[in-house]
Design a protein around this ligand. Structure first.
Ligand SMILES: Nc1ncnc2c1ncn2[C@@H]1O[C@H](COP(=O)(O)OP(=O)(O)OP(=O)(O)O)[C@@H](O)[C@H]1O
Ligand SMILES: [Mg+2]
Length: 457
């Protein structure tokens, strides 16, 4: 049963809002890539490729046309020069035959993207190779799709938009300055190592042959080579291990106090992120921890050291694999898709003042929330299958999550208590008055009286 009541009664007034505290420590998600001045500055144009590389390594990749100068490529991110630089490095590396490598353990076509030294710099997940994308390279998924289409994927998620969910998670992370998601945006790449169908490969090789034998005719082709794929491109973080690995070790050996405090803060950031985007896939293998008790390690050659002797060891968290979030309805199934972090001891601790200072002022402000929704709209509408109605539902779920989270933070609840709150959706009703269509917003919230989604057992 749903109970509808106006949101104004629960959205906090300005008076309720907390003051901004000092900016928290920012997690440095370090990215492994060669500094710009250590690589060639050449624009990867057709000229720059003349005579380079063997024919073997380049038959299907499109050389860039002369008109496309550095900066005119499709993958432009002027607001984020570091990210832009890494995408360029990836493009350059592909041009010179350092192709992305498929990650074999995954359920979809995901790739480690390389630089020209073959060092991994990013993780690319093309839309059409997602678990249920047209060109998913895993035959088990193909069989599943063919034989069992009705129980296919998560029924609360927009199918085949995992790459947008990955980029959306990064957007939310950056907007709230959580800094736990390695920067992720939508990028277009082509590589012979991606999964293409036979027709695309044949077309590409025919065009390349024509271009080679009859350059005048070839110049008329709009594009040579394999078609670029849209996908999420997430910066690679180095030195991290699955959270599972470190959590087990932290069970046996307590962290030094200041490190434990830092870890608690990072954990809360992860909780805030996951709860807002309603991540349905946050197992302890889908977030990473970097822990460096290095300075006291191995000094006497004995291997493992006593961590408590190490002064302030560094700890960082990276929330990866965010492709199964932003549902358009709350999951129906009781206890389906829980947040696995809710079983950790850190989840029993009430949210800290630091996290409240970081996110509560923004989350309590409906204008901020609306701005966030609009930024997600700009991202989501780039997909060919975009549907405004579905997007509105996704945002209704997200606003509901934000509402619960805001309340939980104000009430000094813990993450465990947060996930036990009844789920809620908040719909935005747009009303227009008169001929001038003066739009004003009102919101309707609907509580679900289903059994709480999470139970401690
Ligand atoms: N940004 C990143 N930085 C460092 N390592 C990463 C990053 N993204 C992924 N990895 C590594 O690659 C592995 C697979 O990544 P991910 O889980 O995102 O892929 P996937 O194809 O969605 O896999 P699955 O379907 O099994 O979850 C991770 O377990 C992690 O070890
Ligand atoms: Mg994974």
């Amino acid at each position: 049963m749903n109970i509808d009541r106006p949101l104004a009664s629960v959205i906090p007034s300005d008076d309720d809002q907390m003051e901004f505290g000092p900016p928290p420590d920012v997690t440095n998600v370090k990215v492994a890539f060669a500094p710009r001045n250590e690589r060639t500055h050449r624009s990867p144009t057709r000229e720059s490729r003349a005579g380079e590389g063997d024919a073997e390594s380049s038959p299907l990749l499109a050389p860039r046309s002369l008109e496309l100068e550095y900066g005119d490529f499709e993958n432009n991110f002027p607001d984020d020069p570091i990210y832009q630089d890494i995408v360029r490095i990836a493009e350059e590396a592909i041009e010179f035959g350092h192709y992305p490598e498929r990650i074999y353990q995954g359920s979809s076509g995901s790739y480690f993207v390389k630089d020209t030294n073959n060092k991994t710099i990013a993780v690319f997940k093309p839309k059409d190779e997602e678990p249920y994308g047209q060109l998913n390279p895993k035959w088990t998924k193909w069989l599943h799709k063919l034989c069992c289409p009705c129980c296919f994927g998560r029924s609360c998620l927009v199918p085949n938009q995992g790459y947008l969910s990955e980029a959306g998670a990064s957007l939310v992370d950056q907007k709230l300055q959580l800094n736990v998601v390695p920067t992720t945006k939508v990028v277009k790449l082509s590589s012979r190592t991606f999964n293409y169908n036979a027709i695309d490969r044949a077309k590409a090789s025919t065009k390349m042959n024509i271009n080679k034998s009859f350059p005048q005719l070839g110049s008329k082709f709009k594009r040579l080579g394999l078609p670029p794929k849209s996908g999420s491109f997430q910066l690679f973080v180095t030195g991290f291990k699955d959270a599972d690995y470190w959590l087990r070790r932290f069970d046996n050996e307590a962290l030094p106090e200041s490190t434990a405090r830092k870890f608690q803060n990072l954990f809360e950031r992860l909780v805030v992120l996951d709860y807002i985007i309603r991540n349905t896939d946050r197992g302890n293998d889908n977030w990473l921890i970097k822990y460096e008790p290095a300075s006291a390690d191995n000094e006497d050659g004995k291997g493992e050291s006593d961590w408590s002797l190490v002064e302030n060891p560094e700890i960082s968290v990276a929330a990866i694999d965010n492709g199964l979030a932003f549902p358009f309805k709350h999951p129906d199934e009781w206890r389906a898709y829980p947040y696995h972090w809710a079983w950790l001891p850190q989840a029993k601790v009430p949210f800290s003042q630091e996290i409240k200072d970081l996110v509560l002022p923004q989350l309590s402000d409906m204008n901020f929330v609306q701005e966030l929704c609009e930024e997600l709209y700009v991202l989501f509408k780039t997909d060919k299958g975009f549907d405004r109605g579905i997007y509105n539902k996704q945002m209704a779920v997200m606003r509901g999550q934000i509402l619960n989270l805001t309340q939980a933070l104000k009430d000094d609840k813990s993450p465990v208590q947060l996930v036990q709150m009844p789920v809620v959706t908040v719909e935005r009703n747009r009303t227009s008055s008169g001929r001038t269509r003066l739009d004003s917003d009102s919101y309707t919230q609907s509580f679900s009286h289903r059994t709480p989604f999470f139970s401690w057992c």
